[in-house]
Design a protein around this ligand. Structure first.
Ligand code: MN
Ligand code: MN
Length: 287
């Protein structure tokens, strides 16, 4: 092996290696955008922190006895975001994801703020089943006068007609509670998981998947307890453990794409656990 390959590292890419696009089964990209952040900013640094963390974890999984390195992942880099313009940035995400989907790739999006998930979902079109792991519901009709923000985007998803299952909820406003009470909303709270274990959530996930052909996973890393992932935009006590989350993700094998969002740069732990989740998913997702 030439010294330039032995002693020089490529730039910050996921797991330190990339598969050519044509051969890839997964297409990974970052969205370094945190323009609507309302509390702790820094999610724009999430993609590079998650990549850095991925290069410092072992890729072999004792959960699946597979190696994430064997997954064919093309790291495409980051979307050229327009930091002040959530609409234009989201439009770019939508266009890229639509293209990846057309090319038969499963998308992996590194956030960035959660709002960008709406762009990815639009890229996949309608009739999608969405499994959303999040401390929050993000279902406000507007927030501080904004129709489109990290606190409202899931309401826009509802407006556009996709089905959603929310897991790990523990932070909700009165407006959201009234909304989900009227609609017969499909969700499992973090409190139920902490008190009764993951069985109810696991059953709901299985049932949700059974009824739908195309599943998209979105993981707002604040679904984890701040003890495990403190570096997030809106930390919320009383969350899941990484093991509980990964046990639930293990049931989600048939997905068209997924994202991990809201990792900020106030430390390394949220990025480490985000990278770990992606490595496990690369072993678990059927291609
Ligand atoms: Mn969220
Ligand atoms: Mn959240």
């Amino acid at each position: 092996m030439p010294y330039r390959e032995l002693y020089l590292n490529p730039q910050n890419i996921f797991l330190g290696r990339t598969t050519p696009y044509e051969e890839a089964e997964f297409a990974l990209f970052g969205v370094p955008f945190d323009g609507t952040s309302s509390y702790l900013p820094g999610a724009r640094f999430g993609p590079s922190l998650i990549r850095e963390a991925s290069c410092n974890l072992e890729s072999f999984s004792l959960r699946s006895l597979k190696d994430a390195e064997d997954a064919k992942v093309c790291d495409l880099g980051d979307i050229a975001v327009v930091q002040g313009d959530v609409y234009q940035t989201m439009d770019r995400v939508e266009k890229v994801v639509a293209e990846l989907n057309q090319d038969g790739k499963k998308s992996i999006m590194l956030g960035g703020e959660h709002t960008m998930t709406l762009g990815a979902l639009r890229g996949y079109g309608r009739n999608l089943g969405i499994i959303d792991f999040d401390a929050h519901m993000d279902l406000r009709s507007d927030y501080s006068g904004q129709q489109l923000s990290h606190a409202t985007f899931m309401r826009r998803v509802v407006d556009e007609g996709s089905d959603i299952l929310q897991v790990g909820v523990r932070s909700i406003c009165k407006e959201e509670y009234e909304f989900i009470s009227q609609e017969g909303w499909n969700y499992v709270t973090a409190l139920e998981i902490q008190r009764e274990g993951i069985k109810k959530a696991a059953d709901k996930i299985k049932e949700f998947q059974k009824e739908r052909d195309r599943i998209y996973l979105t993981i707002d890393i604040d679904v984890l307890d701040p003890a495990y992932a403190p570096n997030v935009g809106n930390p919320e006590p009383g969350g899941l453990t990484p093991t509980q989350l990964m046990d639930l993700l293990e049931i989600c094998g048939k997905v068209v794409g997924f994202d991990v969002v809201e990792v900020t740069n106030s430390g390394r732990m949220a990025a480490m656990v985000a990278a770990k989740i992606i490595l496990e998913l690369l072993c678990l997702i059927e291609v």
